[in-house]
Design a protein around this ligand. Structure first.
Ligand SMILES: [Zn+2]
Ligand SMILES: [Zn+2]
Length: 198
């Protein structure tokens, strides 16, 4: 956030409550100093995890400067609005767990999926930008492999597809050379512009 000079944070939208997706929440405090309370959108089980892991952030006895200032907004399968942009939850299977990806305008961010149901794929027509989970080559019980992610990208056919959540088994440049046209490994500092109209 410092390296890319992010000056404003409208909200945080959670896919699920695993540690690699929720730790770091404490660093929302500099945005609290400038903007006040930050809305965080999360499914009930994810919100429970956040309340448990960051219990001090919900302790009314703490001084406000010490703790993140958060307004938890519960979400389910229905679309919700974040800073004027409509977010459509896209149910995904992460092993046996149901988690959410999100479509917002002509972009969608899906990660930590081992299976994307057909009904969810049907919500992903006409995308300009798509993010997908592509962990590694070797099969994994809760993530997509590179080959599975390429197959998903080919089915969904966004103008541009970015893979994320790669592990160190995938050297960046060498792996990029093997990807189809319009499919890229994402990188730190990547910025996208989103057309709000789907
Ligand atoms: Zn996960
Ligand atoms: Zn993860």
């Amino acid at each position: 956030m410092l390296a890319t000079h992010v000056e404003r944070l409208d909200a945080i939208v959670y896919t699920h409550g695993h540690a690699d997706h929720v730790l770091g929440l404490d660093d929302v405090r500099p945005f609290n100093y400038r903007q006040g309370t930050i809305p965080i959108f999360a499914a009930p089980d994810t919100a429970d995890t956040i309340r448990r892991v960051f219990s001090y952030a919900f302790d009314k006895r703490e001084f406000k400067t010490h703790i993140p200032q958060l307004d938890v907004k519960p979400i389910g399968d229905d679309p919700f609005e974040v800073a004027g942009l409509l977010f459509e939850p896209i149910p995904l299977m992460h092993g046996k767990e149901k988690i959410y990806g999100f479509r917002f305008g002509d972009a969608a961010y899906l990660t930590d999926h081992s299976f994307v149901p057909d009904e969810s794929i049907a919500k992903l027509n006409g995308l300009d930008v798509l993010f997908l989970d592509a962990l590694r080559h070797k099969a994994h019980p809760t993530h997509s492999t590179l080959a599975e992610a390429i197959e998903l990208a080919t089915r969904i056919r966004a103008n541009r597809t970015f893979f994320t959540h790669m592990c160190h088994d995938l050297p960046h440049a060498a792996t990029q050379d093997t990807l189809p046209t319009g499919v890229f490994l994402a990188w730190d500092g990547l910025e996208i512009e989103v057309n709000g109209a789907a």
